[in-house]
Design a protein around this ligand. Structure first.
Ligand code: HEC
Length: 176
């Protein structure tokens, strides 16, 4: 299940697989490491210290990933469509996170992105000063990766873990 490829290999895999079809997302998924290697009491990380989801066998979703679901709903859904599935205006982020790395994801959300095409201008707003987004980017990331790998179905996760005191502490500091 756990396959770790070099970044270069992942990039060429993604390029070979093409843009954003479901098949390409599945192909790219094979090069994406979502296995839990460690935890800091707040969230889980893969072997490269990139945040990852932790979904128990009975379907219980870790608190940060559940939080990511809620934040996605309130901040991203309007443009990126339900459950990370994309819209006519903005790309399917459940597929994007299988293709772009964590650092590119953070950078895009903080600084925004704008593609000026002949037909229409697409604007991804910069959220760098929005605590409702920036305090939860890791949560949104793990939620979208859970969606992209198929570990999480559409809709509101039925079972979730409780918020840990450590998470609550960091959240409070971030939101101040
Ligand atoms: C006002 C509409 C809008 C909102 C709200 C919005 N986005 Fe976007 N986003 C876009 C558009 C449009 C693009 C495509 C921009 C481009 O291609 O240049 C985009 C692109 C992105 C990308 C790059 C995707 C890729 O495949 O390269 C990421 C990552 C992203 N958005 C994350 C988010 C997250 C996370 C949120 C919620 C916190 C969010 N966006 C909210 C419109 C939006």
């Amino acid at each position: 299940m756990k396959t770790t490829l070099s970044l270069g290999a992942m990039v060429s895999l993604a390029l070979m697989a093409g843009a954003s079809s479901l098949a390409s997302a599945e192909a790219a998924a094979q090069g994406v490491d979502v296995a839990v290697a460690s935890s800091d009491g707040i969230r889980s990380f893969n072997a490269e210290d990139v945040p990852t989801f932790d979904i128990a066998e009975d379907g219980t979703v870790d608190w940060p990933t559940f939080s990511g679901y809620r934040r996605y709903q309130s901040e991203c859904h309007v443009c990126h469509g339900p459950d990370g599935m994309g819209s006519s205006y903005a790309p399917a982020l459940k597929d994007s996170v299988m293709r772009i790395d964590y650092y590119t994801f953070l950078e895009t959300i903080a600084n925004g992105k704008q593609e000026v095409g002949a037909a229409k201008t697409l604007v991804m707003p910069a959220f760098g000063t929005n605590a409702n987004v920036m305090c939860y980017v890791d949560d949104i990331w793990t939620y979208l990766r859970a969606r992209g790998t198929g570990a999480l179905d559409r809709g509101r996760p039925a079972k979730r873990a409780d918020k840990s005191p450590e998470y609550a502490e960091v959240e409070k500091t971030c939101m101040e």
